[in-house]
Design a protein around this ligand. Structure first.
Ligand code: CDP
Length: 573
């Protein structure tokens, strides 16, 4: 494939991923637009929304172009891929209801197929499905239960993979009090099962209470509302944390915490999140995300708050415009999405920002800065959404919403903030992903033609050169060990500043996540990375601590526990 020409500061891996998945291509598969043309396509398509509000679309298109081409901000991948094109589906996150009937299950499957085709990800709660072995009256047969239907969703996702924009992602949720919970907790111990799913147990406050009291916990058939049997809460919790220790799955979501923050309880409860857990949504609701590249907001070794504030406001306007021009895959999705008008503005490049400020990720100062920055982004984004609400009208479900109860005169969006993983966006922007610490300081990358080279984190390379340290020797050791710890001749302060994901203590991972969560309406994507020799009991402590910190969910990953994990250290591409 011919790489596109560009004057933007995009790395070779960024150009490759753009060429393969984002730029418009001809029949031969070669890109027919440059990255600049892609940003113009997106800017113009989104700015079309301004026309309805009596604004000049060209004026706003210019601004939106600058916002993205500077790499200060990027909208979620489907917006970059589809804006201005016939598909026109711009959101990354969806939640679909799965009702307890064959018709409804296959309706959800069809909706998921349409969403995956367009690059979006789907979350489902399977909690309403009757358990395995329960009666099916119409056929006088027995029900196969949530896990077996999840396999159908998994197979469908697998089949759509080839034709879609990217590999379809799913979240599968089951309530902790569902009778099939043990099967669900154990399923992914077999690496062949549910490969296109992240799974999470929806934990309730009643469960935590039973766990703390060492009590039995009732499992309830959702079809009848009757208790089917009782299990020791401790038994379930140990099974759950052992599975997570073995494979990373299941994670947990805290349903009561999520629903206390549900901005529109009159529309019903939230029962699921999107695939990576950062976006709780109502059934049929969708949300479009965008991320500010924090590493670009340093001035004189300080956070450039005035410029950050302007960027937040413009990004909120951009994301609100996306809702106007978005083409939704189903009328039910259009309806509920337009009722709430949720947007999710978040950040990427937090670790790179810290490095530029000379603050180690594993420090109290980093937690303080996380809190300060996200509080600022939340405040500015709410101010802008309120302002837009006064001009354009509040989101239609505003009466009776939490915003209404808090006495806000108007609000354009039921939520404004979400911290996404930014898996691909951060690669395009050339910065660290989401709020994660650096994953590796140096790694080997292999091009398609088989050529291999070592990539070194630019700030790390600069620091080694400035201190006149032996770059080649240190990088060779870093490739071997993954981080700087244990390497002789490297000053302590550099070891602290360039700490990597598996060296950060779990408490600090959680504290950073909690600092962001306190100022985020939706949820925060974060992986608690753990060294390979982490004891099993540690996982339980982390899950409970996450609950006490008010997190909406938690995901752990113990190094080496999943052979096909996308982010293995160094060496691999
Ligand atoms: O960086 P990018 O915009 O590609 O995505 P992300 O921030 O890593 O993920 C945000 C959301 O996009 C996920 O939570 C999913 O809802 C969706 N997604 C997906 O559907 N399929 C993928 N392969 C990756 C992400």
């Amino acid at each position: 494939m011919k790489l596109p020409r560009t004057d933007l500061p995009l790395s070779r891996p960024a150009l490759l991923v753009l060429a393969y998945r984002y730029l418009v291509r001809d029949e031969k598969g070669d890109p027919v637009e440059t990255p600049e043309e892609m940003f113009w396509r997106v800017a113009r398509a989104v700015a079309e929304a301004e026309r309805e509000f009596g604004e000049d679309p060209e004026f706003w298109a210019e601004r939106f172009y600058q916002l993205m081409a500077s790499l200060d901000f990027l909208p979620n991948s489907p917006t970059l891929m589809n804006a201005g094109l016939p598909l026109g589906q711009l959101s990354a996150c969806f939640v679909l209801p799965v009702e307890d009937s064959l018709e409804a299950i296959f309706e959800a499957l069809k909706a998921a197929a349409l969403i995956h085709k367009s690059g979006g990800g789907t979350g489902f709660s399977f909690s309403r499905l009757r358990p395995k072995g329960d009666v099916v009256r119409t056929t006088q047969g027995v029900a196969s239960g949530p896990v077996s239907f999840m396999r159908v969703f998994d197979a469908a996702t697998e089949a759509i993979k080839q034709g879609g924009k990217r590999r379809g992602a799913n979240m599968g949720i089951l309530r902790v009090d569902h009778p099939d919970i043990e099967e669900f907790i154990l399923i992914k111990r077999d690496p062949r099962e549910l490969r296109n799913f992240n799974i999470s147990v929806a934990v309730t406050e009643d469960f935590i209470k039973a766990l703390k009291q060492g009590a039995d916990f009732p499992l309830i058939n959702p079809r009848t509302g009757q208790e089917t049997r009782r299990v020791k809460a401790r038994h379930l919790f140990d099974l759950l944390t052992e599975s997570a220790w073995m494979t990373g799955d299941p994670g947990v979501i805290f349903l009561d915490t999520i629903n206390r923050a549900n901005p529109t309880p009159l529309l019903g409860p939230i029962e699921s999140t999107n695939p990576c857990g950062e976006q709780p949504l109502l059934p049929y609701e969708s949300c479009n995300l965008g991320s500010i590249n924090l590493s670009r907001f340093v001035k004189d070794r300080q956070v450039d708050y005035p410029r950050l504030g302007k960027t937040v406001r413009l990004a909120v306007r951009f994301l609100d415009d996306v809702i106007e021009v978005n083409r939704f895959p189903l009328p039910q999705i259009a309806r509920i999405t337009r009722l709430n008008r949720k947007i999710g503005l978040g950040v990427m490049g937090f670790a790179d920002l810290l490095i530029r400020l000379g603050i180690p990720y594993d420090s109290a100062e980093a937690v303080k800065l996380a809190e300060e920055i996200m509080a600022f982004i939340e405040r500015e984004s709410v101010a802008e959404s309120q302002r837009l609400g006064e001009i354009r009208g509040s989101f239609p479900a505003f009466p009776g919403s939490l915003w209404d109860e808090k006495g806000f005169p108007a609000m354009r969006n039921a939520t404004t903030t979400t911290v996404a993983p930014t898996g691909t966006l951060s690669l395009i922007a050339g910065t660290s992903s989401g709020i994660e610490p650096l994953f590796a300081l140096a790694y080997r990358r292999r091009a398609l033609e088989g050529v291999e080279w070592t990539e070194i984190h630019p700030e790390f390379l600069k620091a080694l050169e400035e201190r006149k340290l032996p770059v080649e020797d240190i990088v060779a050791e870093v490739l071997e060990r993954g981080g700087l710890s244990g390497i002789k001749g490297v000053p302590e302060d550099l070891k602290r500043l360039f700490v990597t994901a598996f060296e950060v203590s779990p408490e600090r991972h959680l504290a950073i996540q909690a600092a962001f969560q306190r100022h985020t309406h939706n949820a925060v994507s974060k992986t608690i990375n753990l060294p390979e020799d982490t004891p099993k009991e540690e996982i339980g402590r982390i899950y409970l601590k996450a609950y006490e910190l008010g997190l909406k969910g938690v995901t752990i990953y113990r190094y080496g526990s999943r052979p096909e994990a996308p982010l293995r250290l160094a060496r691999e591409e």
